[in-house]
Write a protein that binds this ligand. Structure first.
Ligand code: ADP
Length: 327
């Protein structure tokens, strides 16, 4: 089967044991592996497709922990390098009473940002493979160049590129630098995942349809627009497909978007969706792909954390069956 390569951030989220206090008042935290590309890689591995992460960890205890967690999740870590030049990235989180999150990131820089283009093997990828990336590692760094090289190499091999902008403003010096980096990389991707909260920020357009149309630039063939508990919409040049969300008791929405993307990409890998077949596959199989991805995202909200909250395929199928949606 084709392989997912996720490139970019892996870090430890320190989740507060108390809810409803400011970060400065939290006295105890629990560690959880995180970083959007790592979460997506773990989801794809869990659903049964080959999955690798391209990143760098510090030679510290937190790096040891993350490496073990990725391996336990079934992710291939042979391209996860180590360095003593920087520490593994950390993020401390506080949960407000209304469930919103505040972050304090420790990456000055973190080890992942030091992965350089010379450390990306240009012959790694094969036709049908998918490269997935986000925006938080597109700050000026060796890692930004590594993204450029990996994108170029996977395309040259006939693979697909998937981008989830995943806006995290505290990691940027200002909002404009974040927007600029996203707009630079967006046209290089074949598939874009964007959430309702990000669409207007990135496009500067308030009308949803117009904003989504504006994302079809460069190589973009499809846009998935996720709407939290409301589910998701998929746009291709031929149509717009809607899939309602599943009704679940949400506890913690961390990683829902990544679990959604993991479920979506798993189906594309299964169908060996090279760029010249992507639109056809999405037009023909949108229903089963969106339902699976929605169920994956929904079930992830029913447990704490991201990787640790990922459901297995049996749980996804049971949810789809219970709410009368077949895979
Ligand atoms: P992100 O986490 O990237 O901000 P969303 O919040 O839109 O993205 O969530 C991604 C997907 O996860 C949704 O499209 C949906 O399938 C699922 N999801 C998220 N929150 C819920 C929820 N409260 N109930 C059911 N499904 C959810």
């Amino acid at each position: 089967m084709s392989r997912l390569y996720a490139i970019g951030e892996v870090l430890i989220d320190f989740i507060p044991l108390q809810k409803g206090c400011a970060l400065k008042d939290v006295t105890a935290f629990e560690r959880a592996p995180g970083g959007a590309p790592a979460n997506v890689a773990a989801a794809v591995a869990k659903y049964g497709a080959p999955s690798s992460l391209l990143t760098k960890l510090g030679s510290d205890a937190f790096g040891d922990f993350l490496l073990e967690e990725l391996q336990n999740a079934g992710v291939d870590t042979q391209h996860v390098l180590r360095t003593s030049e920087a520490n593994t990235g950390l993020a401390f989180v506080s949960l407000k009473e209304n469930g919103e999150r505040d972050f304090s990131f420790y990456r000055n820089p973190s080890a992942d940002l030091l992965l350089s283009e010379t450390e990306i093997d240009g012959n790694l990828f094969e036709a049908g493979d998918i490269l997935h990336f986000g925006s938080v590692d597109l700050v000026d760094s060796p890692m930004k160049q590594a993204h450029r090289k990996a994108i170029h190499a996977v395309k040259a091999a006939g693979g697909l590129v998937s981008f989830d902008p995943n806006v995290r403003l505290p990691l940027w010096s200002d909002a404009e630098s974040c927007r600029r980096a996203i707009l630079e990389f967006l046209p290089k991707a074949h598939l874009i995942k964007i959430s309702d909260e990000e669409l207007e920020f990135i496009t500067g357009i308030s009308d949803i349809e117009t904003a989504i149309s504006s994302l079809f630039r460069g190589d973009v063939q499809a846009v998935v627009y996720t709407r939290g508990s409301e589910g998701a919409e998929l746009y291709t040049k031929n149509g717009r497909y809607t899939a309602p969300g599943f009704k679940v008791q949400a506890q913690d929405t961390t990683g829902a978007g990544d679990a959604f993307v993991g479920g979506f990409l798993f189906h594309l890998l299964k169908r060996e969706a090279a760029p010249d077949r992507l639109t056809d596959i999405l037009d023909n199989y949108h229903e089963e792909i969106l339902h699976f991805a929605n169920a994956s995202g929904a079930l992830t909200t029913t447990n704490k954390g991201a990787i640790s909250a990922l459901p297995d395929t049996a749980a996804i199928e049971a949810l789809m069956k219970s709410q009368q949606l077949t895979s």
